[in-house]
Design a binder for this molecule. Structure first.
Ligand code: 5GP
Length: 253
C-alpha cells in the first residue's frame, strides 16, 4: 500500500494530499490544545465529533450559497476538501463579549454586543496570533481591499447561519473563528470558508442554563469535553439521541 503524503500537521488536524489534484484529505485528531499549546491533552472521540460537526455546518453553508472547502466525508475522522491558499488571518465574529475581548476591554463575559463585531488576528503561533487591523492587513499584503469586503460578507453570513441553527437547539453562539481560503477558477479567484467549524472554534452556551458546550470546557477545566461536544451533536441531530461519548476501542479476549 502506498504511503500518503502529509502536507501539514497542525495542533488538531493533519492534511494529506488528496486523491485528485486540487483536493486534500483533512484528518481530525483527538488532541486538544489551549493557550498556544501550553495546555494539551488527548480527548477520546473529539476528532470524530469535530469531523461530523464541521461536515454538518459546511454542508449547510454550501446549501445556502456560502462557498466552503468541504467536498465529502470519507470516514469517521477524515473529509475530502478543496485545496486552497489559506489567508493568514483568523476571522473572529462576536455576538456576546467573552474570552480575549471581554478581558481586553473589561466587559463582563456574556454582555450582548450592540451588533456583531468582526476581528482579525494574524495567524502566527510564535506570536500568539496577535490582533491586527485592516491597516496591517493592507500594508503587509495579507489580503486586498476586495478580499476584505468578501471576507466580511462571508463572516457575517456564517454568523447568521450558525446563530440561527444554534438558537433553534437552545444554544447561544457567543463567538467563533473561521479561516478563509483562496481558490482559482481559470482567470478568476474567489474566497471560500476553509479549515473547520466546530466547538473547538466556537463559543456555545446553553441558553437556559449557561452551560458551556465548547472548548472553554477544556481551557477552563469545566468538565468532560467529549460530553459537551456530544451534546451539541445530539441537539443538532448529527448523532443519534441516545449516543454516548465516543470511547477508544477496547481489546476484548
Ligand atoms: P478569543 O479571542 O476570545 O480567545 O476567541 C474568540 C473565538 O475564536 C472563540 O470562539 C475561540 O474558540 C476562537 N478562536 C480564537 N483563536 C483560535 C485558535 O487559534 N484556534 C481555534 N480553534 N479557535 C480559536
Amino acid at each position: 500500500m502506498a504511503r500518503r503524503k502529509k502536507i501539514y500537521e497542525g495542533k488538531a488536524k493533519i492534511l494529506y494530499e488528496g486523491p485528485e489534484p486540487g483536493t486534500v484529505v483533512q484528518y481530525f485528531k483527538d488532541d486538544a490544545t489551549a493557550f498556544n499549546a501550553e495546555k494539551r491533552d488527548v480527548i477520546d472521540g473529539k476528532g470524530v465529533l469535530n469531523n461530523r460537526l464541521s461536515e454538518f455546518f459546511m454542508v449547510g453553508l454550501n446549501s445556502i450559497g456560502v462557498p466552503t472547502h468541504f467536498m465529502k466525508r470519507l470516514n469517521m475522522r477524515e473529509q475530502l476538501v478543496r485545496q486552497c491558499e489559506i489567508i493568514p488571518l483568523e476571522v473572529i465574529v462576536r455576538n456576546f463579549a467573552a474570552g480575549t475581548m471581554a478581558k481586553r476591554l473589561g466587559i463582563e463575559e456574556g454582555t450582548a454586543l450592540p451588533r456583531p463585531i468582526v476581528e482579525y488576528c494574524y495567524k502566527d503561533d510564535s506570536l500568539g496570533d496577535p490582533l491586527v487591523t485592516e491597516e496591517h492587513i493592507a500594508a503587509f499584503g495579507w489580503a486586498s481591499q476586495q478580499d476584505m469586503d468578501d471576507i466580511l460578507s462571508l463572516a457575517l453570513r456564517v454568523n447568521d447561519f450558525m446563530s440561527g441553527l444554534m438558537y433553534g437547539v437552545g444554544i447561544k453562539l457567543v463567538d467563533f473563528k473561521i479561516e478563509i481560503g483562496r481558490v482559482y477558477d481559470g482567470d478568476y479567484q474567489r474566497l471560500i470558508v476553509a479549515d473547520e467549524i466546530s466547538p473547538d472554534s466556537c463559543r456555545l452556551w446553553d441558553i437556559e442554563t449557561g452551560r458551556k458546550l465548547d472548548k472553554d470546557v477544556f481551557r477552563r477545566d469545566l468538565g468532560d469535553l467529549a460530553d459537551a461536544y456530544t451534546e451539541v451533536a445530539r441537539r443538532l441531530g448529527v448523532m443519534p439521541a441516545n449516543a454516548t461519548p465516543m470511547e477508544k476501542p477496547k481489546l476484548i479476549n
